[in-house]
Ligand binder design. Structure first.
Ligand code: 4AD
Ligand code: MG
Length: 483
């Protein structure tokens, strides 16, 4: 006979039938010659109760039934007299597949997340991590389903690249060179001619540039893969290796891009509410009492669409009214997370899509807004819904979320060859690695737009977890690549 998964066993009503359950002991208690074991096999947050009489089992076997031990239980499915569960199993035979002694680090309840991170190989067996990992899986399914149903093609972009998409330079190098014997040229630069790819290569920080090649051929694509950033930011929102979803769509303007961002996020949140009820209820009880309410709230709200310039005005008003920020926020400054949080959590109290950022801190590929005065391209510019900014702006569309900050970074792309080349030159970027990218603007260029959603930031929001290290099975952060 095959085993029944706990999730299925709890739904069965063929009481009296024989059943096999395999899983790990969550707890065991006993009284008056009867023992009760709660078993979990990972298929659901719920445990199934195993009941047995001491007299029917070897004492030596009963002794080995400890928290964390792995069991195979053969017995009879019975209706449970206990409230809160429909069925339980009356044990006839118990085999201890794997014993578990007191040194098992997950034995105690209420371990700190910090402690569990140090035992990331075992933390997956806890209720919280089980719930988070099942939700993570469900979110991946939601994402693929959303794009498939909306006519996007899943497009695979390379992980090894010779170009730096975001231009921030926080990249991990990929080389087969002997690091003990590096050949350098007269200027002291490392010679890569004899390296594996014959040039300097790194792990990708984004699949966008290749994604644009896909979108300008297939119409609409999305990527969903690992992304690497060597930024040394030890925050609860940053990983060195994270997963990003990057849709890219031809013939999409800024308004439609924001519609897509909003619709997509809401679809994912709705999916979680529809498919992950048990796990969400658990997290709502144990991690964040407002979680489910917050998820439902997001579905009801229209996201605010706010030009950066207006955002700065709101922040300046707040300062005038006595609000204190640690960092400055004058027009032209990149917003710090305290500014984003003020706008999202205090001022609007709902998600905000911020548009039309100053050129100075956004990426080279973003569509440039028209200058108010054509003769002065570095002066005031016109953005979303005619909003005028005091300087040059680009059509970014970042989504800012309560308690997360930036969850999506997106933009309309500059499709004009001359403007794009002008920007690349203005930034003194190395053109040699981008020739294939700018070719899209030479032959059959088209308006297009896209965005990147940080998968783990979405999981943070949907689970109510506080630290990004706790929503990916094996986090990669500075000085941490153990498991
Ligand atoms: O804003 P970013 O840097 O945008 C891009 O990479 C664009 N090429 C995306 C595009 O338009 N196709 O990153 C996108 C998102 C961020 O909003 C954030 O959610 C997430 O990726 N992200 C990180 N998540 C975890 N750890 C990090 N170090 C992250 N850096 C960015
Ligand atoms: Mg960004």
């Amino acid at each position: 006979m095959k085993r029944t998964k706990v999730i299925d066993a709890l739904k069965r009503t063929d009481f009296g039938s024989e059943i096999i359950i395999e899983g790990w002991v969550r707890s065991k208690r006993g009284s008056k010659g009867i023992f009760f074991i709660a078993i979990n096999d990972g298929s659901t947050i719920k445990n199934i109760q195993i009941v047995g009489e001491d007299q029917n089992f070897d004492e030596s076997v009963i002794k080995l039934i400890t928290t964390g031990a792995c069991l195979k239980v053969t017995g009879v499915l019975v209706e449970s007299p206990a409230s809160g569960q429909a069925s339980e199993v009356q044990a006839r035979d118990i085999q201890v597949l794997g014993t578990c002694d007191a040194s098992y680090p997950m034995q105690k309840k209420g371990q700190s997340f910090e402690f569990m991170r140090q035992h990331a190989h075992m933390r997956l067996r806890t209720n919280t991590f089980g719930a988070v990992m099942r939700i993570r899986h469900n979110m991946a399914m939601a994402i693929h389903t959303y794009f498939h149903e909306h006519g996007f093609f899943y497009f695979h972009t390379p992980l090894i690249t010779a170009s730096d998409c975001e231009g921030a330079g926080n990249m991990f190098q990929v080389t087969t060179k002997n690091l003990y014997d590096l050949q350098k040229d007269e200027q002291g630069k490392i010679i890569y001619d004899d390296d594996f790819f014959g040039e300097q290569t790194s792990l990708t920080v984004s699949g966008q540039l290749e994604g644009e090649l896909g979108a300008t051929a297939l119409g609409a694509i999305y990527t969903f893969g690992p992304t690497f950033r060597a930024e040394n930011s030890n925050t609860p929102r940053h990983l060195a290796e994270f997963w990003m979803i990057e849709p890219e769509v031809a013939f999409l303007d800024q308004e439609e891009l924001m519609d897509l961002e909003e619709d997509f996020i809401k679809y994912c949140v709705r999916w979680a509410l529809d498919h992950c009820q048990d796990d969400l209820e658990f997290l709502n009880k144990m991690i964040d009492k407002t979680l489910i309410e917050r998820l439902q709230g997001v579905l009801k709200e229209d996201f605010v669409r706010l030009p950066y310039t207006e955002g700065i005005n709101i922040l300046q008003e707040a300062i005038k009214a006595g609000h204190k920020f640690e960092f400055p926020c004058n027009w032209g400054d990149d917003l710090a997370s305290e500014h984003e949080r003020y706008l999202v959590e205090e001022h609007f109290r709902k998600p905000v899509i911020m548009t039309d950022y100053p050129r100075a801190f956004k990426s080279f590929y973003m569509k440039q807004n028209a200058p108010v005065d054509a003769a002065n391209p570095d002066g005031a510019s016109v953005g979303y819904r005619g909003a005028v900014a005091p300087g040059p702006t680009m059509q970014g569309t970042d989504v800012l979320f309560p308690s997360i900050g930036e969850i999506i970074g997106g933009s309309v792309r500059e499709e004009d060859y001359d403007k794009l080349m002008g920007e690349i030159e203005r930034r003194q970027m190395d053109k040699t690695h981008l020739w294939w990218y700018v070719d899209t603007r030479r032959w059959g260029s088209c308006p297009h737009a896209g965005f990147g959603l940080g998968f783990e930031r979405l999981i943070l929001f949907v689970t109510g977890m506080q630290n990004i290290r706790d929503v990916i099975p094996f986090p990669r952060t500075p000085k941490n690549a153990t498991f």
